[in-house]
Design a protein. Structure first.
Length: 357
């Protein structure tokens, strides 16, 4: 099966399993797991922040950030297709009691003017207690819902500066920040610099089986640890999985450019085939979002029967994600199978050994 559902489907390498088996561990709730402590120090340094807290998932990392930055009833400004809005089970409302103010970005990128417009202009005639207090601005990079797009640095700095002007704190959902860096050549530290807090995932792209981290200044992270525990994120001998994340940071980041190149190849091949619609401008990292003329659910089912596993999105939308467990041959085979399905071609019969000279 050629699995294009996500870059979270990768399996730990043999070398990663070795370091997991040999990890030095302690009890992370008591802060005495040396491998977790090392990972937190390393990832904070990579992103240019003072401290980090290791958690099981990116959703937990984002939700801890929301809870630590805000109070119930506060307003969070965010792009409408952001992972925090679409794919975290309504956690912002359930766990933090915040209101989301979605902005309609272009390829996931919104403007300073949109921030200013959505927050409005205060006036002494209008009671300040009526609206939700605007507290937090969230940015996602790469932006999954927009097709894995990467924020340009000038646009990133402009919206962050505008957010600061309006008194907002700043959170970056950098679950796939590693791919943003690989695609753009901008370091993760530079992408992280304007933000108070950053979420990064080790299981998306880097190949670790589990784990994310929230980074920021130490007083913030100390408070965030309270909500990690409250949300059920307290772990014991977590060094076993922290070792996998450390190995991925050291050995797998340099491989990510291959995912970007394969995504471009896949997107261009589909864009040039009848029955597909691909916005090539949105294919900037390892995610390819495209549309098919046939029903997306039927397309996904037929591709699965022929050996390609993808996620449908609405009536005609599809998503394919390139990752380290794929080969160039897998990409070529996936392209062929997708084209055959849209063209209505029969699946070729397997060749038996008796037919081979």
């Amino acid at each position: 099966m050629i699995d294009l559902r996500s870059d979270t489907v990768t399996k730990p390498t043999y070398a990663m399993r070795e370091v997991m088996a040999n990890a030095v561990v302690g009890d992370d709730v008591y802060a005495d797991d040396p491998t977790v402590n090392q990972l937190e120090s390393v990832v904070a340094d990579v992103l240019g922040k003072e401290a980090a807290v290791f958690v099981p998932t990116g959703s937990m990392s984002n939700q801890i950030a929301l809870r630590t930055h805000t109070e119930p009833g506060d307003l969070v400004v965010i792009e409408r297709r952001a992972h925090i809005v679409r794919s975290e089970g309504g956690g912002g409302a359930a766990l933090s009691g915040v209101t989301m103010r979605p902005l309609d970005g272009v390829h996931g990128v919104f403007t300073p003017e949109q921030i200013t417009e959505t927050l409005g202009r205060p006036h002494r005639f209008n009671p300040s207690t009526l609206p939700s207090p605007p507290t937090l601005l969230c940015v996602e990079n790469t932006h999954n819902g927009a097709g894995g797009t990467v924020w340009p640095m000038d646009a990133l700095h402009d919206v962050c500066q505008t957010g600061r002007t309006h008194g907002l704190t700043l959170h970056l959902d950098g679950a796939r920040l590693w791919h943003a860096s690989a695609a753009s050549g901008v370091s993760e530290r530079d992408f992280a610099e304007p933000f108070d807090t950053v979420n990064v995932c080790f299981s998306k792209g880097l190949g670790a089986p589990i784990g994310s981290a929230l980074v920021g200044e130490k007083p913030f992270i100390d408070r965030a640890r309270r909500f990690k525990q409250q949300f059920g994120g307290g772990m014991r001998q977590a060094g076993v999985i922290a070792a996998a994340a450390l190995h991925a940071l050291e050995h797998h980041r340099s491989d990510l450019r291959t995912d970007v190149e394969r995504a471009t190849k896949l997107a261009e091949a589909l864009a040039g085939a009848p029955g597909f619609r691909v916005d090539l401008a949105s294919v900037q990292s390892n995610i390819v979002r495209f549309e098919v003329e046939m029903d997306a659910g039927s397309f996904a089912d037929e591709c699965y029967e022929r050996g390609v596993y993808m996620l449908p999105n609405g009536t005609h939308g599809m998503r394919a994600v390139l990752h380290r467990d794929l080969s160039d041959g897998d990409v070529d085979a996936a392209i062929r199978i997708m084209r055959e399905v849209v063209a209505g071609l029969e699946s070729p019969e397997p060749v038996s050994t008796s037919d081979v000279d």
